[in-house]
Design a protein around this ligand. Structure first.
Ligand SMILES: Nc1ncnc2c1ncn2[C@@H]1O[C@H](COP(=O)(O)OP(=O)(O)O)[C@@H](O)[C@H]1O
Ligand SMILES: [Mg+2]
Length: 359
């Protein structure tokens, strides 16, 4: 078929070729293979870049498991490499440090912390600032499951709202805040203006970071998923959210694909292959302008540098499915079922959006 020829190549080569990239996010639902894929991507990038850092922001850190090496919140050289480093950061700690709120517990820190997501976003922004001074050629993120990452990317507007809220509180209560500050907090450095100034500073920092994230020359988001309905649905949500936040995404990795190998007798396996094929078709229809890389489900886990390296070949040479001689009716049936599910998914998305706006 002609249209097949126009599909973007089904590998991650495009990421390796784009040497302007500075930030590569890898995201998707838990358990689909984010850590595995981000680890392999970082290994592949280390072959074409002077230096690479992989950062896990998922509180359920498993870079250590994937590479079979302990990592901390400072970059550590990965065994067997000369230019590949890893670090694991917990996005929910260090907020005190980031906010500079030590010693001012009580009213003002409550106020500052009343801005939802501030602690997480600040430690993220501070971490990015730190990492930027370290001069890595490219930084790969093994991100926390979907919602988490998107919340971070959404943060500047959240902070903006929080600042407006604080300003209105300040106007309402006049000098009360500063009086209370002097009473409980001590010196002027904790005064309201200082706090507001600090928040303004944070806003600037986060805006700077976001400007980079919105630049497709610098940043891309790789969506990892598996060929099942929920994952397809989640991926569509992710892609839409990324589009909304103007973050580039043009790679989808479909992990855990069953190969239709000769001699498969199991009815269960055959049934699952048919199911997977249905969703694979849908991925290709929905994302015909994306690079879609398919990875086989292995009989064993992908653990340790050797296993990751060996698995990496599937990122560079497309998996060739056996040619499927579908009847017209079969294709029509699939298309109409896809349409139904899409309508459902859109309705659900709309509901989600409305729900979110209320918060
Ligand atoms: N294609 C695959 N075949 C076999 N095992 C896999 C495959 N992809 C991932 N795994 C294993 O599945 C588990 C979960 O993968 P992981 O990358 O940690 O997912 P996530 O980070 O999304 O939670 C790990 O033990 C990993 O080794
Ligand atoms: Mg993980």
């Amino acid at each position: 078929m002609d249209s097949d020829q126009e599909l973007p190549e089904g590998t991650v080569q495009n990421i390796l070729d784009q040497d302007s990239l500075k930030w590569v996010f890898v995201g998707g639902k838990g358990g689909v293979g984010k850590t595995t894929c981000s680890s392999v991507l970082s290994i592949l990038l280390s072959r074409v870049r002077p230096s690479v850092l992989i950062i896990s922001t998922d509180p359920a850190h498993n870079l250590s498991d994937a590479f079979q090496q302990r990592f901390t919140k400072s970059p550590t050289l990965i065994n067997g490499f000369t230019n590949l480093y890893a670090m694991e950061v917990d996005p929910t700690t260090e907020n005190e440090e980031a906010l500079g709120t030590d010693g001012m517990d009580g009213f003002l820190s409550d106020l500052a912390n009343s801005i939802p997501g501030i602690d997480e976003a600040m430690s993220f922004a501070e971490m990015l600032k730190l990492v930027q001074t370290m001069d890595y050629s490219v930084i790969v993120f093994d991100t926390a499951p979907t919602g988490h990452t998107l919340r971070l990317l959404q943060f500047p507007s959240t902070l903006e709202k929080g600042l407006v809220k604080m300003m209105s509180l300040k106007n309402k209560f006049g000098g009360l805040i500063s009086q209370m500050t002097r009473l409980f907090g001590g010196g002027d450095e904790f005064g309201e203006d200082a706090i507001l100034g600090k928040l303004e500073g944070m806003k600037e920092l986060i805006e700077q970071v976001n400007m980079q994230f919105k630049d497709p020359d610098l940043t891309t988001f790789v969506c990892v998923c598996i060929p099942e309905f929920l994952s397809l649905y989640e991926t569509e949500r992710l892609v839409q959210e990324l589009t909304k936040f103007e973050i580039d995404t043009h790679n989808i990795i479909i992990n855990q694909v069953l190969y239709d190998e000769e001699g498969v007798e199991s009815q269960l396996l055959k049934a699952r292959m048919r199911m997977q094929q249905k969703y694979l078709d849908q991925f290709y229809m929905l994302y015909d302008d994306f690079h879609i890389t398919k990875l086989p489900l292995l009989p064993e886990e992908v653990c340790g540098v050797d296993a990751l390296k060996s698995f990496s070949r599937h990122f560079l040479s497309p998996y060739q499915p056996s040619v499927n001689e579908d009847t017209v009716e079969e294709v029509e049936r699939r298309v109409s079922s896809l349409r139904e599910q899409l309508t459902e998914a859109e309705a659900e998305l709309e509901r989600l959006r409305k729900g979110k706006q209320k918060v």
